[in-house]
Design a protein around this ligand. Sequence first.
Ligand code: NAD
Length: 267
Amino acid sequence: MERLKGKAALVVGAGSIGPGWGNGNATAVTFAREGAQVFCVDRNAAAAEETVKIITSEGGEAMAFTADVSRAADVEAMVGACLRAYGRIDVLDNNVGIAEMGGVVEVSEADWDRVFAVNLKSAFLAMKHVIPVMARQRGGSIINISSIASIRHTGVSYVTYAATKAAINQMTRTTAVEFARQHIRVNAILPGLMKTPMVEHSVGLAASYAEGDVEAMWRARDAQVPMGHMGDAWDVANAALFLASDESRYVTGIELVVDGGITLKFS
Ligand code: NAD
């Protein structure tokens, strides 16, 4: 229960887009259960507060902060506030990500820019401001939440999502090499088909699977996976826990695929 004892973790996108467990709130709660102090950041103040409430009701330590992390000023303020609260940042979990439907012909220029800002620029900005802190501390662990859409066509047409997640992977690898000597590890998690509020509420996702029928979408997604079912937010949270903890001290620059085997099909 103390795999993160003594560590301060900054979880970006620590709320959930809807009721239930998303990757962000499950990860924040998992980190706290393992002894971390968790700084919970979200653009939705109520969602961040909700995660903090769960953590503190279990006896854990957490604070909420509101920021739109696609904006540089918000990210700087977030890092400053985390340092004032906990004095250090040992773990950065970049969980923010949105999925907008559409291939290159359908997507508008404005949507392209917006998804790149939310999915990719946010992780760049967070690393830009956190890495100097970790360098001063002589180490840290950064976890970038990518997706199997970064390495496969998942059957869903969402070019902005696939392209931003692919860029996250390469930014993870190159940053891992550049900061390895400073004991800053940078890894990515590639979740597969997970059953989370994000999937349920993504406009157009159910439509692209099953003409808008969410229950039919769940069945279709279960059937695609070799294990016979989707994963859930705890599968992502447990992978993040491993990468956040010192158990993974010799692991950097990897893409940890958490997908029930789906990328092995037609690979
Ligand atoms: P979620 O949609 O519930 O997002 C978590 C939080 O991020 C939300 O509370 C939302 O308010 C916040 N957020 C969004 N934009 C923000 C911004 N600009 N600034 C600050 N906060 C912002 O999703 P989740 O379930 O936590 O999963 C998120 C991550 O997992 C994403 O990166 C997503 O791409 C990835 N992922 C999910 C799946 C899946 O099937 N659920 C699969 C692969 C990858």
